[in-house]
Design a binder for this molecule. Sequence first.
Ligand SMILES: Cc1ncc(COP(=O)(O)O)c(C=O)c1O
Length: 459
Amino acid sequence: MENKYEIVKALLKEQLLSSAIKPGERLPSIRAASELWSCSKNTAIRAYQELEKEHLIYSVPKSGYYAVLRSPQGKEQGEEWIDFSSASPAADVMPYKDFQHCLNRAIELYEDHLFSYSDPQGFFTLRRALEGHLAKSQVFAAPSQICVVSGAQQALHLLASMPFPNGKSAVLVEQPTFSGMLRSLDLMGVTVLGIERTMDGIDLDELERHFRNNHIKFFYTVPRFHNPLGASYTTEQKKRIAKLAKQYDVYILEDDYLADMETDGKADPIYSYDDAGKAIYVKSFSKIMLPGLRLATVVLPASLMETFRLFKASSDSSTAALSQAALELYLNCGMYDHHASLVRERYTMRMQKLAECAERLLPPPFHLRTGRGGIFSRLVLPQEISLHDLITALHSQKVRVVSTEHNYLRTFPRENGLRLSIIQTDPAKVEKGIGMIADTLSELQSSQTRGRHNIMNWI
Ligand SMILES: Cc1ncc(COP(=O)(O)O)c(C=O)c1O
């Protein structure tokens, strides 16, 4: 290390990583730091700025520098895990500093909103900003059709619980599907039917039979970068779904939680093919903004808006004013689009790395099925492989993976598989992690073969 600031930075970094300086603790002032390490104030400032760039510390105007609050979320601190299980954005991808500015500005600019209850549908000014934002994904909707919600999960829950004008009560879901939706439906005691979704889509004739015969209120679908499959519908499939919805008076609940990860300019949502007011479009901001802000938007046909507003207001009065204000600022100043493109680039690169490593490293017959982007992919395993043994063996090597069993209805035949997410794994971790999964699978396979031989000998 040639520069003094690098030495100061390294000393501080060590203290931060070892928690000698605790999360949230104020760091020495610039003057104290320059005295402590016998350096100039400029050197101390440079060291702090470099640590800030690494998101290890943050500054509060007129107050000083603080250690970033990192929630270990059950992870053993200081240990280097390879996490293929998480769906929450990684701290190193999030522009923590930008959010901080937005939130600070939001408090100043939207002070009035903080002192009162606001429209359950969301700030009008934010809905106007969302009108422009959604139009970029071919979702054309006036502010009167747009509602701001406290996360996509809230929209799914409210829609599952409220009555629909078609007077029907059952919900149809893809199998597998997002576990948060299954949990909501289960807790509410809603009648749920499943239709198999594969990397190629669904059987559209079967969908038609469900729509025709089964009193379906809405069909919940994740058309783009499906959770947990990673698959996307083709344009033809989306058009056909919209057409069937119109024909059989069934609503489509389109969960476009990864719309911002799209790299194909022609991949439009089902909403854009709906000319009958049957599509409900939900977009989460958790994967681009911070999930803790609890922000999503839903675009509703006129026939549903009044009831939805009523249910939303009775659920939480309105979405937190501070979060709404931060999103509005973030959208209007262009930071959202800028950040979304960086995240898209990073995740796309990781997905390509994942596909390449899986192809190269996984022993036959194991095969990772990847979509054309997004954050998830699925490793389907033969029934003889015990998921429990695999997950436990990987956990002992500090690799986190998650089974897809929670993505299925209890009554639906389920495939033995893992969902792999790249959201917390940089390319180096992807390579290392897939290598470890490959080795563990080979070991499990050969111990099974040995077990079978022993049984044969015994017989
Ligand atoms: C498909 C899908 N929909 C909705 C959500 C929930 O989003 P939010 O954080 O906005 O509630 C998730 C979260 O991972 C998801 O995977």
